[in-house]
Design a protein around this ligand. Structure first.
Ligand SMILES: C[S@@+](CC[C@H](N)C(=O)[O-])C[C@H]1O[C@@H](n2cnc3c(N)ncnc32)[C@H](O)[C@@H]1O
Length: 243
């Protein structure tokens, strides 16, 4: 699988089968606080200054099941949020999540971030967490987003780090090898992954991570769907950039 359309189709199919993240839906605003999703805090971190307005437009590009989207709405009470995703299944969960917690200043679109130019206007804050490494051409993806960034705006980007995901890459390879021509059947991939996982030694980092995962962390076994097929580029993690 190497042509861009089949990579994107595989990504959408994976996240339709296993919408991510699988965090529970709550009937109230999410617990805790994350400064990266708060415009005042993020702007101050990047510029050392206070922003001159708070009635901003925010784009959550690749919103998944809306965990970040929901924070963006609740932590920026005057902002208008737009959330897009390639996966209709993930978007359906995101819509329900936001509806249940009263996060009502958000518009959802079933759209690839490659096609961000179809969205009206520019955005002061573009949040793109855990997405760009799934694209067949991440550079084209970030360029599509950059065109939608308002002057003086911020982009918050998170991509997988290569070293930190070493064991996950090995797991992907092992699952692909054992699946053979069933590759692309994500439910089967998860079953194969569970079998491999149960045979891993105690000191394996995935096993340790799973053991230490608290209520709000994503355990290694919950992350198994992501191991099942998608070809990823080598990436590094960066957290901020200023337009
Ligand atoms: C690992 S999830 C991250 C979800 C969310 N940003 C978060 O951090 O909780 C990756 C999401 O990116 C979406 N995605 C992948 N490629 C995309 C694209 N080209 N355009 C829009 N969304 C995409 C997937 O459908 C999936 O829902």
């Amino acid at each position: 699988m190497s042509d861009p359309q089949s990579v994107s189709a595989a990504v959408a199919k994976l996240y339709d089968t296993y919408p991510f993240p699988p965090e529970p839906l709550l009937d109230e605003p999410p617990p805790g606080y994350n400064w990266r999703w708060n415009w005042l805090a993020a702007y101050n971190f990047c510029t050392g200054r206070k922003p001159n307005r708070s009635n901003l437009r925010i784009l959550d590009a690749g919103c998944g099941t809306g965990v970040g989207t929901e924070y963006l709405v609740h932590l920026n009470p005057q902002a208008q949020i737009t959330a897009i995703d390639l996966s209709g299944g993930a978007l359906a969960v995101a819509k329900e999540r936001c509806a249940r917690s009263g996060a009502d200043r958000v518009q959802f679109h079933h759209l690839s971030l490659y096609d961000a130019d179809r969205l009206e206007g520019e955005f002061d804050l573009i949040n793109c967490v855990g997405v760009l490494h799934h694209l067949p051409d991440p550079i084209r993806g970030i360029q599509a987003l950059a065109k939608k960034l308002a002057p003086g705006g911020l982009m918050h980007i998170f991509v997988y780090g290569e070293l930190g995901r070493h064991e996950i890459k090995l797991m992907q390879q092992a699952i692909a090898l054992l699946q053979g021509d069933r590759r692309g059947d994500y439910k089967d991939g998860v079953q194969v992954g569970r079998q491999i996982f149960s045979s891993l030694p105690e000191k394996n980092r995935l096993v340790q991570r799973d053991r230490n995962a608290g209520q709000w962390k994503i355990s290694a076994t919950n992350a198994l769907p992501i191991c099942t097929s998608i070809r990823k580029r080598s990436t590094t993690t960066s957290t901020r950039c200023l337009n």
